[in-house]
Each structure stands twice: as structure tokens, then as C-alpha cells.
Write a protein that binds this ligand. Structure first.
Ligand code: NAD
Length: 474
């Protein structure tokens, strides 16, 4: 049984089937939620399709009003949503509160957006106009690292551009998406927003469904490729934000003590479970030892624990499968480098991994070449900037990267040579709803956020008028 309900075609429903949601801090189920099946999916998509036809005819003003009301609901319920977010995802309560507030910010940002038609040419002979129309039904498929934020940052641009949406959260973090549906059920027209909870089985059906016009997916690169293949039959529009193995290059002019806190924060944010976390740190030989010592000091002092306990600064890994995977990267680090922080399993039924730093490790090992998606940071030594650039760019992924230097011009030159959608200078992982977030290489296709991200929820239409057309003379 569950006290919660799925928002499907305007109704809050239960299905008779339930899914356990595990608290990663205890390894035990703390709640059950309703589980959708293929019939629920059909109901959600049909409802979304009907709603999209009506919603497409609404004005930006009407859409803005709805999104601002949704943002108000989020803001009135920050504490309640955040507590459930900590239970299902593991992050410390303060970070959960920030995630919910960030989601509200994304919602308000997109509420304020508007797209106007353009006139490309207007002469005596012709008039050419460019319009942007809604696509129809958007399927939003989300991962488990920022379950509330990602649901909202897909919903808001979809709705402001006149589309409807079916949100499918990750099976290990369905609760806060369900709560979002419950909180806004009385605000949204029937079918406009649907929350579909699955057990990792409905994503392929959604991404092949003929009535879904676009899939906005955030998750792993292998799943992104599966979605692209599934969507090919109906040539759906796709935005794929996939894996990252972000490299950071620290130049020899950096003061390690001054740069370490920023690097540390970017590597271990959300216990490393961030697509744009800093995941490979290349440090110049001349400051390598000092930088390793500074970072190890910070990692050793960090408190990893249950997100509901006030002193916890970092939570557990979100699910058991990922926990085992992260531990395998820790083993790889132990076998091929020198552990200078963490590395020893925490004895607990929860999925806790200590913040782990490995030095004296080279490219070519799994912990460097693959994305651990957990609290494990390899620090790699280099001596030549051109050579380290080619090592950093060797990855098939290219989401983010960063350059650290006290010389802005030097940093900029290096940044321009990095193969990544975003390259930060003297920071990493900074993002916002107004900044486009483009992936490079196998980190995805399309753009989220910013003007460019918004336009991805629309179809361009050209109206081309011949002004010389005249009725034949009688
Ligand atoms: P995942 O790909 O396993 O799952 C993500 C979602 O896809 C889940 O909702 C899942 O149920 C669904 N899914 C699984 N198989 C599917 C299929 N065949 N068709 C359609 N949907 C399917 O990813 P994850 O393990 O939840 O997340 C971790 C990964 O996500 C990491 O690689 C990370 O880098 C990436 N990520 C990327 C971003 C980004 O913005 N680029 C953000 C967060 C996470």
C-alpha cells in the first residue's frame, strides 16, 4: 500500500502494484509508491497528447501564470520535499533544500521566457517568417542524482513552449517526482503533466511511442544510445545529456592551498554523483605534492553520514548497484595508485563510501578512464601542457572541463583547446537556467537550458509568401 498517487491524465491514481523505495543511508525500504504499467503509460501518453493540442493554443501569459503557480507550490513546500529527497536520494538535508530551491529558480526562469516569431525578409516581392511551434508530447526520462531538480528543469521549458509532458523518474528515486505531481495536480489542466513510475521497464516503450514527439533524457551514455535507437523509428526530437568524465588541468602558476577548496567542492559535490563533477585532476609536477596534500586534508576532514544528521556533509551513494560499482573503482585505485584519503569501506548497512583520493596514478586505469560517478578522485601528474591536453581530450566523453591558473590569458588559451561542451576557468560545475549546457562527443546531443535549450522544445516553421501573386485579369 502507499499513501502516494501518480498524476496520470489529470487523476491521482494508484495501480495496485507497488515499488519499494530504499533509503540509501540505511539500505532499507522506507516507503512504497505506486508502480505504473504499460496500460498506465498508454493512459498518460493519450492524456498528454490531448492536453498538448489545447495547451499549444494558449498564450505565453497563460503558460507563465501556470509555471509561476507551480514555482509557488514548490516554494511553499520546500521543507517537506527536501526531507523526502534526503530519504530517497541520500544527500544531506541542506543540499536537498538547495536542490528544491534551485528547481523553483529554474521554474521561475523559464516562466519568464517568451519566443517571438521573426521576419527574415519583407520586401515588395516576398515576406519570409520564422515561427516556433510546440512539438506535442515530451517524455522526460531522469536519473537518480538530482531527481527533483531534473524533473522540474525539464517540465518548465516544455510547458512554457506549449508542450505537455510525461515525466519518468529513475526507479530508485521516484518519490519527489510523485510529490511534485501531487502538489500541482489541482493547478495543471488534465493530461498536461503526468508522472510515470516504472521499474526500469517503461523507458523503451516511451522512447519508441508514436505519440511522443521528443525525449529529453538525462542519464548514462549507454542508455542514451538505446533511446536514440528506439526513437529512430519515429524520428523523435532528442536531447540527450549523458555521462561525463570531466578533466581539470591545474597549471604550474596555481597556489595549491588557494585552489584546493574549489577543486575539492567540484569533485565531491553530491558525493561525486554529478555528471559535471570534476573527475580527473591533472596537476603540474611542480605543485603536485602540495596539491595532493591540500586535497587529502580536506577529504579526511569531511563528514560522510546520514543526510538527516546535521553534521553530515556528504551522503551515501544513491543505490546498491552504484555503490558496488564505486567500490570497484576504489579497488582499482588501490591496485594502481597511492590512496591518500578514504579507501577503507565504512562499516554500515547504508551505501557509504568515504571521500577517496588516489595519487601516483596514470591514464589507462579504470578509475581515470571511466566515470566512477561516486566520491573517488584520481590526481594525475603532468609536466607538459600540450601533452596533458591530449590526455585530457582522449576521453570519448566531453561534458565539462576546467583550467586552473593565476594567469587568465594563459588559462583561456588552454580552455579553448579542451574538447568539452563547457570549459570553466578557476571553477568547475557552475551552471544555471540561463546558461546553455551543451555536451560534446559521446556526452550527448542537443542543449539544455539557456535560449538554445528552450528552442529545442519547439519545431521551426517557415512561412514564405509570394507578394507578386495576382488573380488573373477577367
Ligand atoms: P541510467 O541511464 O541507468 O538511467 C537513467 C534513466 O533512464 C532512468 O530513469 C532509467 O529507468 C531509464 N532507462 C534505463 N534504460 C532505459 C532504456 N533502455 N530506454 C529508456 N530509458 C531507460 O542512468 P543513471 O544510472 O540513473 O545515472 C547515472 C548516469 O547519468 C551517469 O553516467 C551520469 O554521468 C549521467 N548523468 C548525466 C547528466 C547530464 O546532464 N549529462 C546528469 C546526471 C547524470
Amino acid at each position: 500500500m502507499s499513501e502516494h498517487k501518480l498524476l496520470i491524465n489529470g487523476d491521482l491514481i494508484s495501480t495496485g502494484e507497488f515499488l519499494d523505495v530504499i533509503n540509501p543511508a540505511t539500505g532499507e525500504a522506507f516507503i512504497q509508491v505506486p508502480l505504473a504499467n504499460a496500460a498506465t503509460l498508454e493512459r498518460a501518453v493519450a492524456g498528454a497528447k490531448a492536453a498538448s493540442l489545447i495547451w499549444a493554443g494558449t498564450s505565453f501569459q497563460e503558460r507563465r501564470e501556470l509555471l509561476n503557480k507551480i514555482a509557488d507550490r514548490i516554494s511553499e513546500n520546500v521543507e517537506q520535499i527536501a526531507a523526502q529527497l534526503t530519504f530517497e536520494q541520500g544527500k544531506p538535508l541542506a543540499a536537498a533544500i538547495m536542490e528544491v530551491q534551485f528547481a523553483e529558480g529554474f521554474c521561475r526562469h523559464f516562466a519568464g521566457q517568451e519566443i517571438h516569431s521573426e521576419v527574415l525578409q519583407d520586401s515588395d516581392e516576398k515576406r519570409i517568417e520564422i515561427h516556433r511551434k510546440p512539438l506535442g508530447v515530451v517524455a522526460a526520462i531522469a536519473p537518480w542524482n538530482f531527481p527533483f531538480l531534473i524533473a522540474v528543469y525539464k517540465l518548465a521549458p516544455a510547458l512554457i513552449t506549449g508542450n505537455s509532458i510525461v515525466i519518468k523518474p529513475a526507479p530508485t528515486t521516484p518519490l519527489t517526482a510523485i510529490i511534485l505531481g501531487e502538489l500541482i495536480a489541482d493547478l495543471v489542466p488534465p493530461g498536461l503533466v503526468n508522472i510515470l513510475v516504472d521499474n526500469n521497464d517503461l523507458g523503451p516503450i516511451l522512447s519508441a511511442h508514436p505519440d511522443v514527439a521528443k525525449v529529453s533524457f538525462t542519464g548514462s551514455t549507454p542508455t542514451g544510445k538505446a533511446i536514440m535507437a528506439n526513437a529512430a523509428g519515429t524520428l523523435k526530437r532528442l536531447t540527450l545529456e549523458l555521462g561525463g568524465n570531466d578533466a581539470a588541468i591545474v597549471l604550474d602558476d596555481v597556489n595549491p592551498a588557494a585552489a584546493a577548496p574549489g577543486i575539492f567542492g567540484a569533485a565531491f559535490i553530491n558525493s561525486g554523483q554529478v555528471c559535471i563533477a570534476l573527475k580527473r585532476l591533472y596537476v603540474h609536477d611542480s605543485i603536485y605534492d602540495e596539491m595532493c596534500d591540500e586535497l587529502a586534508k580536506l577529504a579526511k576532514a569531511a563528514v560522510v553520514g546520514n543526510g538527516m544528521e546535521e553534521e553530515s556533509e556528504f551522503g551515501p551513494v544513491q543505490n546498491y548497484a552504484q555503490y558496488k560499482k564505486v567500490l570497484s573503482y576504489v579497488d582499482d585505485a588501490k591496485a594502481n595508485g597511492t590512496i591518500i584519503a578514504g579507501g577503507v569501506a565504512i562499516d554500515s548497512p547504508g551505501y557509504f563510501v568515504p571521500l577517496t583520493i588516489v595519487r601516483d596514478i596514470e591514464d589507462g586505469h579504470r578509475v581515470v578512464d571511466e566515470e566512477p560517478f561516486g566520491p573517488v578522485l584520481p590526481i594525475i601528474r603532468y609536466s607538459d601542457v600540450d601533452e596533458v591536453l591530449s590526455r585530457a581530450n582522449r576521453s570519448e566523453l566531453g561534458l565539462g572541463a576546467s583550467v586552473w591558473s593565476s594567469n587568465p590569458e594563459r588559462a583561456h588559451k588552454v580552455a579553448m583547446k579542451m574538447e568539452a561542451g563547457t570549459v570553466w576557468i578557476n571553477q568547475h560545475c557552475a551552471f544555471g537556467p540561463d546558461i546553455p549546457f551543451p555536451p560534446a562527443k559521446e556526452s550527448g546531443i542537443g542543449v539544455e537550458w539557456g535560449r538554445e535549450g528552450l528552442l529545442e522544445f519547439t519545431a521551426m516553421q517557415v512561412i514564405n509568401v509570394n507578394k507578386h501573386y495576382a488573380e488573373p485579369e477577367h
